[in-house]
Ligand binder design. Structure first.
Ligand code: ARG
Ligand code: ZN
Length: 873
């Protein structure tokens, strides 16, 4: 059943032109397709024609105007074969589909009253019979017919070229997309939508009309997305020399959407949660996420659409590169150090866990059953880390040269990851052969580092040893080419010392290349004993261990010139303290707070720094999920107890400082999503979290006042969350109720209302989930609701999800079983926490496996089948 990369062959036939006509109807949409086909030049004559197709009712089929007899073709569950076809021909088909019954949200479906599509990766085969693979690229002409009243707006890719009225209250619009594209980039939207319009002039002077289409009540929530779009368009011109290539660029917001958004040519479709913002309804995090996703989808126009993937094994070619591009954009327009800290802390928690779990896979997988399961953190984020390493290896200038070469050489083609890396090797002259293993090898590499200062000779000897643990199906690993950025911080001066390696002077911050399993680096002319600052900026996606003492870490936290590593030193210091406390909890010994952590935090709080966002990050403790990642065996309760103990100890010891920081950073200024304001709110709210952890009277008052002030959603939601997560039901319950009533009609705010309740640490959280699943605003058919309620509970409420009575696991499995029928892609994602059973104690392991077994008894979709078999292997 799995498909293998090594089996790749070009298609027997290719499509040069595709003409589609949709006659929309909820239960019976007619799709006519006229395909201009020809034999692929690399394939022999006489091969049958294969067309993918699923859940389609075939109404007619003809070649060059001749209807086919029943014995001239054969239809199966997944497609249609025509036994004999000419060298070049026109195929006409007509099928019927039912968008209103499509709960999988792949292909053409209805969301609320509107029609929309999601074709990546293999949704187009649910729309019409077609060679549904990215290496088949055609120009598209699409006519959409709908009701004049019900679907006044009819959209597809490219430019509108004709529109008109039809009998029976119907009308049509014809769209033409001149750029050849694979069918996964096809899109159609129809409904009663309203638009906000703006304009952009490209660097060569092309006037582009920009439109954001939404339901009428959301017209006031598009401004930030529009501004983000214009910034992205300018940035891609300046940073990559990439210009937009049509006269029209459209974004549509839809409520029911499996992922964040989709880069369909000229017609990006967005989950409404990833595009709509307003100071009163969206938090700072949402504003930043929207900016990043708008940029990501826009950047795909080149990295993905103009140059696309040969096959889905190459998915990271477009996703890894595009994530790297959107990360660079966000770093440029916001606070770069904070952006990097956020990326890495997310990566080290979630991607490391994926890489260590049963579904671990290389950034370029060599096999899959269901490609929908491979839109993962590994393909996206680890893929981006690989591109970042490439950029750092060849240098920014050469990277730009390599990217220019890639876009010009492969424009209009469907290519491979090698094609991309080869461009970088060509322009830089570097040998990237060993580097390619990053794409082939799954698992997180581990580096053990040791250092020794030789006083007599003024030398520092650094030993690096790498190993990549075995992953499912990949037991033998080869050494990788790992760039390690580092500095040596003098213990006397507190400054970066000049680095001399093999007689070469490298400045004070350098990259060493670890290629062997074990390698020694001897730095000479080192005038004072140093503490090494390693893997600066997270220069490679690895785990690095060095036997730092707590004093070393406190020193780096105070002195490292690399902002990222200062933050990391703080995290490491706190983790050491947490280790002791976790052990104390397990052994029933009294917990004692490490005063070095308190002292370090006190210094941070008293420091007069301008970057409040960085300070907020430094004051944030590692999450329970990240702490769990560091433990050989996850003890859910000990981790929670230890972390709470640290939070409360810090709050008690630093109560006055925290309150002062809170007060100093309050502001009545009108809300703006600027880095300065966002940093200030973050700092203030971190301080408030500490105060609320001990339910300090003034802290509680401040939280209540912040909620009542109703200034912006960031502050309101944060205050409400702290109250709901506290024991102060007297304040929390009325606030929660008021909030729920106020926003009852705003589906995106209700998602937040759901999440903040089911993440509370109190033991009633699970009962709340079951109760809220009955709430009229909840629906299993809406992926955002599933994520807000079930996803948030299972992913973020660790102590309650992992309850020893197994009720958390049972609840998740119940939901997965229902979603298996409704929406296989979401089912296969939401199940993730259950697949990580290996990390827990035996009792929990048994409970989790029993639920996986119960799921396995069902009639599983390919998506769940693949994940569940891997999890139980
Ligand atoms: N290409 C889209 C993006 O990253 C994601 C599409 C995901 N589709 C899916 N069926 N998983 O921007
Ligand atoms: Zn993408």
């Amino acid at each position: 059943q799995p498909i293998h990369l090594s089996d790749y062959r070009p298609p027997a036939h290719r499509v040069t032109r595709t003409e589609l006509t949709f006659d929309l109807d909820p239960g019976a949409t007619r799709v006519k397709a006229r395909l201009h086909l020809e034999r692929h030049p690399e394939r022999e004559a006489g091969e049958p024609l294969w067309l993918d197709g699923e859940s389609l009712v075939l109404k007619s089929i003809a070649i060059d105007g001749q209807a086919l007899d029943a014995d001239e073709y054969e239809q199966s569950d997944n497609g249609l074969r025509v036994h004999r076809v000419p060298e070049q021909f026109i195929l006409d088909t007509e099928v019927e589909i039912a968008p209103s019954e499509n709960t999988a949200l792949e292909g053409l479906y209805q969301s609320g009253g509107m029609y929309c599509t999601q074709c990546e990766a293999e949704g187009f085969r649910r729309i019409t019979f077609y060679p549904d693979r990215p290496d088949v690229m055609a120009t598209f002409t699409t006519t959409v017919i709908g009701g004049r009243d019900q679907e006044p707006v009819l959209l597809s890719n490219g430019n509108p070229v004709e529109r008109g009225e039809l009998p029976n209250g119907r009308h049509f619009v014809t769209w033409q997309d001149p750029h050849p594209k694979p069918c996964y980039l096809f899109a159609l939207v129809a409904g009663d939508l309203k638009k906000v319009e703006d304009h952009f002039t490209t660097m060569s002077g092309r006037e582009v009309t920009l439109q954001i289409w939404v339901e009428e009540e959301n017209l006031g929530k598009t401004e930030h997305a529009m501004e983000s779009l214009k910034r992205s368009m300018r940035w891609d011109e300046e940073a990559y020399g990439r210009e937009y290539d049509l006269d029209l660029f459209m974004i549509v917001a839809v409520n029911d959407f499996n992922m964040g958004a989709m880069e369909n040519k000229g017609l990006n479709i967005f989950n409404s949660a990833a595009v709509l913002t307003h100071p009163q309804t969206a938090t700072d995090a949402t504003f930043q996420r929207v900016e990043g996703i708008v940029a990501h989808e826009y950047f795909h126009n080149w990295s993905g659409n103009r140059v696309t993937c040969r096959d889905w094994f190459q998915l990271s070619l477009k996703e890894g590169f595009t994530v790297f591009r959107d990360q660079s954009f966000s770093a440029d327009v916001n606070s770069a150090p904070v952006k990097r800290i956020e990326e890495v802390s997310f990566f080290r928690t979630a991607q490391f866990a994926e890489d260590a779990g049963p579904t671990a896979h290389p950034v370029r997988p060599d096999q899959y059953i269901e490609i929908g399961n491979f839109y993962t953190l590994t393909i996206y984020e680890k893929g981006a880390e690989i591109v970042r390493m490439l950029c750092n290896l060849v240098g920014e200038e050469k990277f730009r040269e390599g990217s220019d070469l890639y876009f010009s050489r492969f424009d209009g083609q469907a290519v491979t990851i090698e094609d991309f890396v080869t461009c970088m090797a060509e322009v830089s002259g570097l040998d990237l052969t060993q580097f390619m293993h990053w794409y082939r090898q799954a698992g997180t590499p581990e580096i053990d580092a040791f250092g020794e200062y030789d006083y007599a000779n003024g030398q520092y000897r650094l030993l690096l040893r790498q190993r990549t643990p075995a992953t499912p199906g990949q037991s033998d690993k080869v050494p990788l080419h790992i760039p390690v950025r580092l500095g040596l911080v003098g213990t006397k001066s507190g400054r970066d010392l000049p680095l001399t390696l093999d007689g070469e002077s490298l400045g004070t911050d350098a990259v060493v290349h670890l290629r062997e399993q074990e390698q020694e680096f001897l730095f000479t002319d080192v005038d004072e004993a140093p503490i090494p600052s390693l893997l600066r900026g997270f220069s490679a996606p690895v785990k690095l261990a060095f036997p730092y003492s707590r004093e070393d870490l406190a020193f780096l936290l105070a002195n490292d010139s690399d902002g990222f590593n200062r933050w990391d030193a703080g995290q490491r210091l706190t983790l050491l303290a947490l280790d002791d406390l976790i052990a104390a909890h397990r052994n029933g010994v009294e917990k004692v707070m490490d005063s070095r952590v308190v002292d370090a935090f006190r210094v941070l709080l008293e420091e007069d720094t301008n970057d409040k966002a960085v300070l907020a990050e430094m004051l944030t403790l590692p999450s329970e999920a990240y702490i769990a990642e560091q433990q050989p065996l996850v003890d859910v309760d000990a981790i929670h107890a230890a972390r709470e103990f640290v939070r409360q100890s810090l709050a008690r010891e630093l109560r006055d400082e925290l309150l002062a920081v809170y007060r100093a950073n309050q502001s009545d200024a009108a809300y703006e999503p600027t880095p300065e304001q966002i940093g200030q709110r973050a700092l203030k709210n971190v301080a408030l979290s500490y105060l609320m952890s001990i339910e300090d009277e003034e802290g509680v008052e401040a939280a209540k006042a912040q909620f009542d002030a109703d200034h912006n959603m960031t502050d309101v939601r944060h205050a409400l969350t702290l109250l709901v997560h506290s024991s102060r039901a007297d304040i929390a319950d009325p606030a929660l109720k008021a909030f729920g009533q106020k926003w009852a009609n705003d589906t995106l705010v209700m998602d937040q209302w759901f999440s903040l309740q089911v993440t509370r640490p109190q033991p009633d959280a699970l009962e709340r989930v079951r109760y809220l699943m009955q709430h009229p605003a909840f629906s299993l058919k809406n992926p955002n609701k599933v994520r807000a309620l079930i996803g948030a509970f299972a992913g973020q409420n660790r102590i309650n999800f992992h309850r020893l009575d197994g009720e958390g696991y049972r609840l998740l499995a119940d939901v997965v079983i229902e979603l298996n029928r409704l929406n296989p892609e979401i089912a296969a994602r939401i199940i993730t926490p259950l697949t990580r059973w290996q990390r827990f104690d035996e009792q929990r392991q048994d409970l989790m496996k029993a639920e996986l077994e119960r799921i396995r008894q069902e009639d599983l979709s390919p998506n769940l089948y693949e994940v569940v078999t891997k999890a139980l292997a």
